[in-house]
Write a new protein. Structure first.
Length: 337
């Protein structure tokens, strides 16, 4: 097979396969029904498009290994473990999509996934920090990435589109040689699979569901640990800031107001925009732009300045978040929307 054909299959294959599998998911009968609260769509919408993304990523990774595009050690060098964790998280999400498991049970299962990947996946070594503390920190980070993507998955194209940019950014930072290149290859493959899904998601014809948000959250979380190995933990965290700022500040805002942080709500920054009359695509495009900016910043920041770049961008994002909360948020509250 010529290099040109192989390259075409490498990039077009995951997009087309994911789009095709999405059509099958639509016919599966899994639906996300409006609940009068967080879920504001007018009718039940096909759900669990994340299954198509994850299956495409796994199949494409296997085919890439057969074609010699992945190293012979890809199942043992961390890349395979990250993919396996993403698939397990996706299965947990699929069960929740179908049967709506309790929040406590889902959190417990995600803790198991996080601890397992932190223990068996890529190991992060930090100067002066005991190994068990670093492992616990990785597990906490993985739990954050899975839940954060899940929380941000409430506007067509936003969470999955931004995640695709973050995954490509992670692959770019890791580089194309050595064991980490296998993780980079899988990250790019997942981003291509997301493109096929977006053809269905942007028009509102299919949602990713928890299968997608949890699976992709686990995949990015694992890839970001590889980024931290190659660069710094702050460089990896910069990539995730578009989600991290909104999620963390919203949780703190709700906790300060005495509202439960475990129940579904419509108080994230992107949700305020939709409640204020914004269309889904412009809202998603804003977060795509944030993700691109953070990728650029992470790629350009010298290692010794990465923490300051992280803090600076986090501060800028916080100013925007509070500014919106004190203007649009108060306006919506006054109007009872």
């Amino acid at each position: 097979m010529s290099p040109e054909i192989l390259a075409g299959l490498r990039f077009a294959g995951p997009v087309l396969l994911s789009a095709l599998l999405c059509a099958l998911v639509v016919r599966s009968g899994i639906r996300d029904a409006p609940d009068g609260g967080r879920k504001t769509q007018k009718t039940a919408v096909p759900n669990s498009g994340g299954v198509a993304i994850l299956l495409t990523t796994a199949l494409a990774a296997w085919l890439a290994a057969q074609a010699g595009l992945l190293s012979n050690a890809w199942l043992d060098n961390g890349a395979g473990t990250i993919l396996a964790a993403a698939l397990v998280a996706g299965v947990i999400g699929l069960v929740d999509d179908i049967s709506s498991m309790s929040a406590r049970l889902k959190l417990f299962l995600l803790v198991i996934v996080s601890v397992t990947l932190a223990w068996l996946g890529p190991q992060l070594t930090l100067p002066g920090m005991p190994a068990f503390v670093a492992t616990a920190g990785v597990a906490l980070w993985l739990l954050i990435t899975m839940n954060a993507v899940n929380f941000m998955d409430g506007s067509n194209g936003l969470a999955m589109g931004a995640s695709a940019i973050m995954l490509v950014g992670a692959a770019n930072l890791v580089g194309g040689s050595g064991p980490a290149s296998d993780t980079a290859h899988i990250a790019v493959t997942a981003s291509l699979a997301i493109l096929g899904f977006l053809a269905w998601n942007l028009p509102g014809r299919l949602y990713a569901g928890d299968s997608g948000s949890l699976g992709i959250g686990a995949l990015f979380g694992g890839a970001s640990i590889v980024v931290a190995q190659a660069t710094t933990v702050w460089t990896a965290a910069i990539l995730f800031l578009p989600f991290l700022v909104d999620v963390m500040l919203t949780i703190l805002w709700r906790a300060r107001s005495g509202r439960s942080v475990m129940t579904a709500h419509r108080e994230h920054a992107y949700q305020l925009m939709i409640r204020g009359g914004w269309a889904h695509l412009p809202v998603a495009a804003i977060w795509w732009s944030f993700s691109g900016i953070c990728w650029f910043a992470a790629a350009r920041a010298p290692a010794h300045l990465a923490i300051w770049v992280f803090l600076g961008l986090a501060a800028a994002g916080s100013v925007l978040w509070f500014g919106q909360r004190l203007t649009l948020g108060r306006h919506l509250e006054a109007d009872g929307r």
